[in-house]
Design a binder for this molecule. Sequence first.
Ligand code: TYD
Length: 216
Amino acid sequence: MSNPVAPSGHFLTFEGMDGCGKTTQLRLLAHHLREQGRNVVETVEPGGTEIGRQIRRILLDPANTAIQPRTELLLYFASRAQNVDEVIRPALDAGSVVLCDRFTDSTLVYQGCGRGLDAAVVHDLDRIACQGLRPATTVLIDIDLETSLSRAKRRNERYGQSESRIDDESAAFHESVRKGYLALATSEPARFVVIDGRASVGDVANKIREAVQNRV
Ligand code: TYD
């Protein structure tokens, strides 16, 4: 039976700075959980649905320099509302583990700490877009600023600049993003699992498995 208040599945989000390796780690955890017999649904923010992918193109196109901070904020939440209704909530109601690459914590740190928008406004929009849905577990893959910038640069050189609008922000912007993440993790220790992302892919994957083992 579906229950909109307490979903039977488990909602787990991955967070971290650009280049922290969360997308790779999300795939590895999905593979591991499927091997253990769990139904797993993978999704991403912004994106995750056809509507969300169209919104993602607007948000991350480096040509869109005219985009205003409030416009940006509303577009992230527009993508999220669609993802919650179309993908995340139905999958949780069906008992799946949902792994989401970024969620509202990203908005709190990138638009809140990074762009200086009021956190209370972010929380208000979260209530509208997510209708009370919150992650049960959030894996924060923490890396220092230098590692983040050098990995993001390497990736843009390899795959092109089509999604580099946020990556192109200043070092101060990214430093405030990192600080924001660590503050969130400190304020909600029961939800957050913080993993050092500078180790090898295999080591980070093992640490994430151990940390989420008894949660999902
Ligand atoms: P993502 O595809 O996860 O990029 P990366 O693989 O580099 O981590 O996210 C795209 C960018 O969007 C990233 O720079 C962070 C930014 N972002 C926000 O600013 N606010 C948000 O709410 C979300 C979900 C992402």
